[in-house]
Design a protein around this ligand. Sequence first.
Ligand SMILES: Cc1cc2nc3c(=O)[nH]c(=O)nc-3n(C[C@H](O)[C@H](O)[C@H](O)COP(=O)(O)O)c2cc1C
Ligand code: SF4
Length: 452
Amino acid sequence: MIEASGLRGRGGAGFPTGRKWRTVRDYCSTFERTSVVVNAAEGEPGTFKDRTILRNDPYQVLEGALIAARAVDADQIIVATKHSFSVEVDRLRKAIDEVNAAGWLDGVEIEVFEGPKEYLYGEETALLETIDGRYPFPRIAPPYRRGVREVVESVADLETHSGLSAHVEMAGPGDDTEAPPALVDNVETLANVARILARGAEWFRTEGTPESPGTIVCTVTGSTRRSGVGEVIMGTPLREVIDLIGGGPRPGRSIRAVLPGVSNRFIDGSALDTPVSYEALAAIGSGLGSAGFIVFDDADDLVAVAAGVARFLAVESCGQCSPCKLDGLRMAELLDAATRGEADTHDLDELRSRIAKVADGARCSLATQQQVVAASLLEAFPADIAAHLERSAPPTTPYLVAELVDIDDDGVARVDEHHADKQPDWTFDPKDSGKTPAARLGEHREAQGLDE
Ligand SMILES: Cc1cc2nc3c(=O)[nH]c(=O)nc-3n(C[C@H](O)[C@H](O)[C@H](O)COP(=O)(O)O)c2cc1C
Ligand code: SF4
């Protein structure tokens, strides 16, 4: 039924949920039971929908996870959230107690895992690494990997000296003595499951588009009258989503661009009639991501926005792949210099060459995110960068791009201001050590003898 419904994962990639469940089920092992991991790590800048769902109705998510566990024959559910999400953690624990008391668990264990604040923790292989007791560094193993109770000897089999991620291979056919793949699904994805089973796959397809059936929970922040979270039918024009949830542009202003999180290209203000669906946003060269729309108007400096995105991604990069960290940091520096009116055409050439290289050999898609957002600024808004190089635009400072901490009832969004003090080595020290997180935490691990 989930396959027939056409439900697609709401964590960002839009992968068909039924197909993922079937594959995980096909690779299940006789040696160990599968685990279901609920990705409740929500760290995409401009996105607050998973926490809104968990605050308002954690039961929907738990019920979906229990159905997923039945489908893939799992005996364990781990809700992977963040220690900093105290409201949601509390809500989840209470709901789990109630669900347990109601006798729904039927032999399945549910636990809440409180992970770190790092953006990469939400990337599913890093999520499994963290649950396994390591750092949130992505593994190479797309698209289905073993976890979460994988054999711990793998820590001794590190892929690189500094890498730290376990060497975890893909589960494959006939490989039934090994640990099974873990099923990782986003909070909102699972929140759709119970009603699809209750009302049928056809019912789910009565709304939305053939390629993007159902509804989607969107977050609207930035330069709108208010910020908020709301559920819309897939295929609703972006302009209408911004009007409904964000109250439209600020008085006297017009929308110049929208960023769907920090994973896809800028959407030009002239494309606001594009339907909010996976296929329509991909067709204009951008993407739906986790439906977190950050809106910018004619008073915003898009170069400062791109500089903020580049800084966020470069800081959050783990450094297992050198171009991602080093070219990313340099891109952030160059864009920062441009906002301040301290860059010239040589810097623009260097920026282009760094953009071209930043995703070379990348292990996860953070590096591609870095590439596409900056490239889209240069391609779609060349006059904006030119104005800074020619000093005809007033100097600005990079826009604060970070995780949302809350959106209050008055429609005011709070961005994690603390992130401005986070160093590229993932400390909050006054000065960055110059080491990548992978190298720094690798030394820490060695010093503690954890790899023995
Ligand atoms: C850098 C990065 C951060 C991510 N953060 C999240 C996150 O916070 N929550 C989430 O559900 N998916 C996140 N994802 C996507 C997950 O890797 C994965 O695709 C998702 O959990 C799969 O669930 P779905 O099929 O239900 O969408 C992230 C991906 C990347 C590359
Ligand atoms: S692409 Fe970047 S964030 Fe992803 S694993 Fe490599 S260095 Fe880390």
